[in-house]
Design a protein around this ligand. Structure first.
Ligand code: HEM
Ligand code: FPP
Length: 326
């Protein structure tokens, strides 16, 4: 009898574990950290390097909840095509592990929690922006454009650029030019990020009739578009240094260095558009690029960085004066 109870408990435990795992997978959790890194970077710049740790925690938590909610709705909507594609077939919806009604309820709870936390502990603007991120991703990208236009990523990609606006608004209660420039950086970064991968998994998308750019125009024309967007990306990142002046020389140097590497990858792909190793490498680099660019913004905004740079400059001036006296 004792054995039977232990066994039943073990099964219950196991089921609960499986259920939790399925709901976790519905939120596409691997993408969320980078969305939060963008949000945090924007908060640091907005707060001139001194972010209130509680506000940071609440904003990142709410941002994660909003992004998760958006992804869950996307999983419900896309379950038919997800079933037909090898890469997505084992997701919880197409494999029947979660029912659409339960998933929808889960998404609503996540969205309500996100909105409530932001309105209570940050402000209404940041809460509305997070909600607009869900709406843009679900309605504009998933419902309207994903299945109907090769511009799906260009326009729908705006959803992924909203998290920095949420972060900025949470700190300042408004949106300045700098916030829109960070939005623009992510907006311009998204097409090269995704098209690199889309070139690799083109056949999967073609099979289910999704008009991703490489399916519609082929790899050569996609590589050209990737090159153009990467060319636009580099000067966009520098707008924070000039004319806005919200980031300094350290960020400027790192943005230029990272941008040159991105351009090199995009150029190499342009030379050999059918080389899918290069396309995959560009996709992976895009993620590394966005992480480091965001980290550069944070480091550049810290008061200690400003103090160290001022100290360095004072020493260079002192040396220059000493040499002049010799
Ligand atoms: C509409 C815009 C976007 C589209 C269509 C898109 C699409 C994709 C796809 C299909 C994957 C592969 C996921 C998988 O293998 O299951 C991926 C990976 C990834 N995306 Fe994007 N993405 C977009 C925007 C963004 C944004 C804005 C971010 C964050 C700033 C982001 C961060 C990532 C990360 C970190 C991964 C790698 C996840 C892993 O480790 O597998 N993406 N993206
Ligand atoms: C502020 C806020 C809530 C913003 C939401 C931003 C958000 C959820 C962006 C995600 C972008 C993304 C990874 C799309 C995947 O495309 P897909 O769904 O077509 O990929 P798939 O082919 O893997 O299903």
């Amino acid at each position: 009898m004792q054995d039977l109870t232990t066994w039943t408990n073990a099964i219950r435990h196991d089921n609960l574990g499986q259920v939790l795992k399925s709901y976790w997978q519905l939120t596409k959790p691997r993408i969320i950290p980078l969305l939060l890194i963008e949000t945090a970077a924007s908060m640091w710049v907005a707060a001139h390097g001194q972010v209130d740790p509680f506000l940071l925690l609440i904003t990142l938590l709410s941002g994660a909840l909003a992004a998760a909610s958006a992804q869950v709705i996307n999983c419900i909507y896309d379950q038919d095509i997800d079933y037909d594609m090898e890469r997505t077939r084992h997701r919880p919806m197409p494999s029947g592990r979660v029912q659409a009604r339960d998933a929808l309820l889960f998404a609503i709870v996540l969205a309500v929690l996100s909105f409530t936390l932001l309105t209570t502990f940050a402000n209404l603007l940041s809460a509305c922006l997070a909600l607009s991120g869900i709406v843009v991703y679900v309605l504009v990208y998933t419902h309207w454009l994903k299945r109907s236009s090769s511009l799906n990523i260009v326009i729908g990609g705006a959803a992924g650029a909203i998290p920095p606006l949420v972060g900025w608004a949470a700190v300042t209660g408004s949106l300045s030019w700098a916030a829109w420039v960070i939005f623009a950086i992510v907006f311009v970064w998204t097409p090269p990020h995704f098209w690199g991968l889309a070139m690799v998994i083109r056949d999967d998308y073609a099979k289910v009739g999704i008009p991703m750019l490489p399916v519609v125009v082929g790899n050569e024309a996609t590589a050209k578009q990737i090159w153009i967007y990467t060319l636009l990306l580099v000067p966009t990142t520098l707008l924070l240094v000039y004319p806005l002046g919200v980031a300094g020389a350290l960020y400027g140097a790192l943005a230029l260095g990272l941008g040159s590497l991105f351009l090199k990858k995009a150029w190499q792909l342009l030379q050999t558009p059918e080389d899918l190793t290069r396309a995959r490498s560009l996709f992976k680099f895009s993620i590394f690029y966005m992480m480091l660019l965001s980290a550069s913004l944070v480091i550049d905004s810290l008061p200690i960085t400003h103090q160290l740079i001022a100290l360095g400059q004072a020493q260079i001036n002192a040396l220059a004066t000493a040499f002049a006296c010799l």
